[in-house]
Design a protein around this ligand. Structure first.
Ligand code: SF4
Length: 327
């Protein structure tokens, strides 16, 4: 089994209560029956509008949230069955690069303490070795070794993102979660940070989960993608296949907004209108029916089941596709 991460039927529901101790009156299904796998060395892109469940999904994978149901198997171990010590060990292997290096780097700390903090927490090393490790990490991300005694404000946005990457790599993780890694930096720096991420992936045999609003970044980097809508996966497959031939009306609408990506048969596709419905009382049937240009009667009543095109491993949850598959 060469899967580094397997997520099986994962659910995370949050209760809505009227009073602190009262019974829940409703549930927000932030993550609902989500399943996918990532092989070692792959990049999985996760796309969807704000509120689609990406953040809760990541927090549950990191076990910052306990799941309502389901399994997360990392490197063969179910993380929800681990005791504190084993979980601590596994956490070293899963690191996150947060979206905004301006906020995620403490301005009062020297670079050596920002990058080296995970080393101080997890490894017992003397000061000299500590500084050497931090200098190596700086060089790994293309920054001068003498940056150790500087403060974050002495660096540009792109350099600060490199510092955040160096910190994430301090404990030699296997899986790195890139949460909007380029959204807060200028275009020129974006390109060089993306190039650096690709090089590090090869050099250090990393596996990535990439969350980005920027679909062209996902298009360039991801091997597989999942498209989420209101806590559910609506489409999942090899990235080149999904980008070339998006099947779900929601994916088609998302992709229609990116002019530089060629997709089959999507000329004149309407750009997505309206907002994501409230996750507290999501619509009956297919959650997307309130915005879908192809909605049929059945879509308002019955939730579609996933259809998998086995040869291409392309999964879509939509009645239209189910109909075609049954023909
Ligand atoms: Fe649109 Fe119906 Fe497919 Fe939902 S199931 S995406 S409403 S066609």
């Amino acid at each position: 089994n060469d899967n580094l991460l397997e997520v099986k039927e994962l659910k995370k529901y949050f209760p809505i209560r009227e009073g602190f101790f009262s019974k829940p009156v409703a549930w927000v299904k932030a993550v609902d029956k989500v399943s996918f796998q990532i092989k070692k060395g792959e990049t999985l892109g996760i796309v969807g509008e704000s509120g689609c469940g990406k953040t809760t999904l990541i927090n549950t994978i990191l076990r910052l949230e306990e799941p309502t149901e389901g399994e997360v198997i990392f490197n063969g171990q179910n993380i929800f069955e681990l005791d504190k010590d084993s979980l601590r060990k596994i956490r070293k292997n899963i690191q996150v690069v947060f979206q905004d290096p301006f906020w995620s780097l403490n301005p009062r700390f020297l670079i050596k303490d920002i990058i080296g903090e995970p080393i101080r927490v997890h490894e017992n090393v003397g000061e000299e070795e500590f500084i050497e490790k931090v200098q190596n990490l700086l060089q790994l991300v293309g920054l001068p070794a003498n940056s150790v005694y500087k403060y974050p404000h002495e660096f540009s946005g792109g350099q600060r993102q490199r510092i955040a990457i160096a910190r994430a790599l301090a404990l030699h993780p296997k899986l790195v979660i890139l949460d909007e890694p380029t959204s807060s930096i200028d275009l020129v720096s974006q390109a060089s940070v993306l190039k650096l991420l690709e090089e590090l992936k090869k050099e250090l045999s990393l596996t990535y989960i990439l969350i980005s609003h920027d679909l062209s970044v996902v298009h360039n980097m991801a091997d597989k993608i999942i498209v989420m809508y209101l806590g559910k996966i609506v489409e999942y497959g090899e990235a080149h296949e999904v980008f070339r031939n998006p099947q779900h009306p929601y994916t088609q609408a998302l992709f229609a907004a990116i002019p530089d990506i060629y997709t089959e048969g999507m000329e004149g596709m309407k750009i997505l209108e309206g907002n994501v419905p409230s996750p507290i009382n999501p619509p009956k049937g297919c959650y997307f029916h309130t915005r879908c240009p192809h909605a049929m009667e059945i879509c308002k009543e019955i939730e579609p089941l996933p259809v998998v095109e086995t040869e291409k491993q392309h999964m879509v949850t939509c009645h239209l596709i189910q109909k075609k598959a049954n023909l």
